[in-house]
Design a protein around this ligand. Structure first.
Ligand code: FAD
Length: 387
């Protein structure tokens, strides 16, 4: 296993590198506690249980087959990455993916992944046709919105704790040109505004532009911040994108990017520069005052760190981009996604700070973004709350 995040270690833990779906099933069905207490690992991009508390790890990284079915469907194995899919599908088609080609498709889907164009296209699960999963007793189940819908919903939320996704069949869409903005600003380059003021303004302004998806990333190196505004719109909504940057008082050039190239907008590093990562969703019920205090706290925290990054992604998904699945229920009411990361030698848990400002009714833990869901029973609580 070549793991993306240097903080993950399975040293001294029994590893089973599976070569087929049947191998996954046999780990779970093979006597004793079988694989019930096994962790699942593919690329090491996600959160992992501490190795002391697992009896083994199933390595999915060899299961990378991708098969196209006609022009508009693609079937991927448990360990395939978005880059594998992009290489396999016909020219002129694309998938609605996350922000990094090296992430595993099924791991991403198992946490209800959302990508840079979520405000335009909806969550990636919306483009799923069906799944094949293996439950923790070793039974293989086919599921979709029509067939075993409960299994389908849970498999897309529970990060392999109940079901391993052994394959996913995904709808591709026509690739098209998008209009994008990618602008970096230092302190003092955003007019007379402070960074917290600018973020607060963005949080208010972004809701007024229904055809624009945007995020703000603030990176602190030695306590000094740089802010990046990234935004995306369909080509025919260029006027709205321009009005959006004007409303924010940002001068930025607008450029073309194919939807299939969208992960380039985030330009994620090939190896994790930070090793402590966490996050959560801010719900629409959070007051403007609480959001503002949260921004102050996060920025104050970063200024005292050698290395700290925080990204806020605008979510607020229109109902037409959601469906009746549990995975869609996760995104309903989430206004912003907050992600943060720091170094292992100097870790800072911004969730503790954030949770001091936003109470439980104003935030939601998100499977792909919140390590807190590893707590025993937390996933059950999340599912109960969404049903
Ligand atoms: C640079 C970067 C960019 C990211 N961008 C986005 C983004 O835009 N949107 C987003 O939503 N998330 C994003 N993520 C989060 C990422 O999607 C999740 O961390 C995802 O779990 C990674 O899956 P993996 O298989 O690559 O990683 P791994 O670390 O190998 O797996 C993480 C966990 O996923 C589960 N898992 C993996 N494979 C399967 C499977 N076949 N069946 C069931 N469960 C499985 C297991 O619980 C495993 O422990 C990003 C992460 C990084 C590091």
């Amino acid at each position: 296993m070549d793991l993306y995040n240097p903080a993950i270690s399975y040293d001294g833990v029994r590893r089973v590198a599976v070569g087929s779906v049947a191998d996954i099933a046999s780990v779970f069905s093979s006597g004793g506690d079988g694989g019930l207490n096994y962790s699942i690992c593919n690329t090491g991009h996600g959160f992992h249980t501490r190795s002391e508390s697992v009896s083994g790890v199933i390595d999915l990284s060899r299961l990378r087959a991708v098969e196209t079915i006609g022009d508009d469907l693609v079937r991927v194995e448990a360990g395939a990455r978005w880059s594998d899919v992009r290489a396999a599908i016909p020219r002129g088609r694309r998938v609605v993916s996350g922000s990094f080609p090296g992430v595993g498709v099924c791991g991403y889907l198992s946490g209800s992944g959302v990508g840079p164009d979520v405000r335009l296209m909806g969550p990636s699960a919306l483009f799923l046709d069906s799944l094949e999963v293996v439950d923790r007793r070793g039974e293989s189940i086919r599921c979709s919105r029509q067939e075993n819908p409960d299994v389908f919903g849970e498999a897309l939320l529970t990060k392999g704790t109940r079901y391993i996704i052994s394959s996913a069949t995904i709808r591709t869409i026509e690739d098209s040109l998008l209009r994008c903005v990618d602008v970096a600003m230092r302190d003092g380059e955003i007019g007379s505004r402070t960074i917290p003021d600018f973020i607060r303004e963005w949080m208010i302004v972004s809701d007024g532009f229904s055809c624009v998806g945007s995020s703000l990333q603030v990176m602190f190196i030695g306590g000094v911040p740089t802010v990046k505004l990234r935004a995306v719109a369909r080509k025919d909504a260029e006027g709205e994108l321009r009005s959006f940057t004007e409303a924010l008082g940002v001068s930025a050039s607008i450029f073309d990017l194919w939807g299939s190239q969208l992960p380039a907008l985030h330009a994620e590093p090939e190896k994790s520069p930070g090793s402590f990562m966490d996050g959560f969703g801010i719900l629409s019920s959070a007051s403007t005052g609480d959001r503002g205090r949260l921004v102050d706290e996060l920025i104050g925290l970063g200024r005292g760190q050698n290395f700290f990054g925080v990204e806020l992604r605008h979510c607020s998904l229109h109902e037409s981009l959601l469906d009746a699945t549990l995975s869609s229920a996760l995104w309903r009411d989430v206004s912003f996604i907050v992600q943060h990361g720091s170094l292992a030698e100097d870790p800072v848990n911004a969730n503790e700070v954030a949770y001091g400002v936003l109470d439980g009714d104003d935030r939601r833990e998100l499977p792909n973004f919140s390590r807190g869901l590893e707590r025993s029973g937390a996933m059950d609580d999340l599912i109960r709350g969404l049903r």
